[in-house]
Design a binder for this molecule. Sequence first.
Ligand code: 0WD
Length: 257
Amino acid sequence: MLNLTGKNALVTGIANNRSIAWGIAQQLHKAGANLGITYLPDDRGKMEKKVAELVEPLNPGLFLPCDVQNDEQIQSTFETIRDKWGKLDILIHCLAFANKDDLSGDFSQTSRSGFKTALEISTYSLVQLTGAAKPLMTEGGSIITLTYLGGVRAIPNYNVMGVAKAGLEASVRYLASELGPQNIRVNAISAGPIRTLASSAVGGILDMIHHVEQVAPLRRTVTQEEVGNTAAFLSSDLASGITGQVLYVDAGYEIMG
Ligand code: 0WD
């Protein structure tokens, strides 16, 4: 029986009700976890208000601003977890960013700054958040990140984000190797394409979704809820033997030639 009662989970990357992180937060809540939610703050406080209203039914114990490009906000997030909860059990890393210009056209035209931004927000942030979570995972833990097939195959328009995801998947392996002796497991879920704010920036995403619906063994795409269920499983003791893996939740698309 999947039971996360008594587990403290930090969920990053909720922007709206289409976000994959929202699907994950709902399933972790259903399984009994205490939730801490972070949001990406903006100058006018719009995101804070929007995300606060969305997550209210899940009754999060912590609700904190955390821009992963801001070291102070990261530090303050984990200090708050230490002070309020004492320990952390689950970390959901569910965020990424690349400039829209870099998500179509020729990959060879990616600018130095665009490359840096994509890799910093989408890849390095997993390393940094894991480093901050490690001392708080005193009873072991589960860290989960979100990746996409474009990290292992050249998918049209995914470009610099594909490179970021390749780095992310390699980071999962190095982090799993480092943290395993503390019984902290690190895994990635490779989700099939889902319509969200982030995916709408990728050129031709709707064509990709239609292609998946025709080709994937299950003849459909996946839902946020299905990704959420897999994250709840990976967070739980049912997955106690799994670390360093990339698990595909993509209606089987990855196996097709
Ligand atoms: O098809 C898809 N949607 C897939 C998404 C397929 C496979 C993987 N993924 C991955 C994405 O690459 C990402 O890692 O899932 C993760 C979540 O993405 P999402 O749910 O598709 O997208 P979205 O709802 O937009 O959430 C991503 C959020 C940001 O939203 P916006 O759209 O405002 O950029 O990541 C957050 C932000 O809330 N984010 C940040 N959080 C903290 N600091 C930052 C930042 N600097 N930048 C973006």
